[in-house]
Design a protein. Structure first.
Lengths: 116, 116
């Protein structure tokens, strides 16, 4: 049973380009969370999705950032027109169903985005 | 909103000795969940230990134990018999028990060095 898979592991983009980060949750998990970790900081919540639904996007910047979790395929975090301040590690986590709140859920290894 | 504070940006410990990492949090909720995560240089977020606030007994996992002081809103992590592999960033995290899968709130982390 593979864990949470994120790709790419490293992504370099020039300012103004688009970044697409992918996350495949653990088998059987239908809830996905995206977090961002700035250098020397803890993880900050961005968005919580279930299949085909955004449940909570309170941590996501209003502009340039979007997320989806389609019925088939991985969850995608999209950053349009990237700026240097978007450089960070982006983590995805997944959990099975509602009611597992006592668990800290399972994280992927993250995607390190560098904007040059 | 809940906040988590880790007041020690860096700590060091001699191999085989014991070290305690501090964490305090602020919440108005009476029931919640607390976690310690380890992040080695590989960037993988690894769940070390978790504590349910309604349980008075402190959680333990092998060499890792917590000192949970609910009234003081304190949740420290004790690592006994420290090993070189314990060197990592350690993050304290809080999770609300509200229905649905609520996101984790992280502290800024403590970098632990283990000296041979």
């Amino acid at each position: 049973n593979a864990g949470v898979m994120q790709n790419p592991r490293h992504l370099v983009r020039r300012r103004g380009q688009e970044a697409r980060l992918r996350c495949s949750p653990m088998k059987g998990h239908s809830h996905v969370y995206w977090y961002r970790q700035l250098p020397e900081e803890g993880l900050k919540f961005m968005v919580y999705l279930q299949k085909e639904n955004i449940i909570d996007e309170s941590g996501m910047p209003k502009e340039r950032f979007s997320a989806e979790f389609p019925k088939e395929g991985p969850s995608i975090l999209r950053i349009q027109q990237v700026v240097r301040g978007d450089s960070a590690a982006y983590f995805c986590a997944s959990s099975p169903y509602t009611g597992t709140v006592n668990y800290g859920y399972t994280f992927g290894s993250g995607t390190r985005l560098t904007v040059v | 909103a809940q906040t988590v504070t880790q007041s020690q940006p860096e700590m060091s410990v001699q191999e085989a000795e014991t070290v305690t990492l501090s964490c305090t949090y602020d919440t108005s909720e009476s029931d919640y969940y607390l976690f310690w995560y380890k992040q080695p240089p590989s960037r993988q977020m690894i769940l070390v230990i978790r504590q349910e606030a309604y349980k008075q007994q402190n959680a333990t996992e092998n060499r890792f134990s917590v000192n949970f002081q609910k009234a003081a809103k304190s949740f420290s992590l004790k690592i006994s018999d420290s090993q070189l592999g314990d060197a990592a960033m350690y993050f304290c995290a809080y999770r609300s028990p509200n229905s649905g899968n609520t996101p984790l709130v992280f502290g800024k982390g403590t970098r632990l060095s283990v000296i041979a």
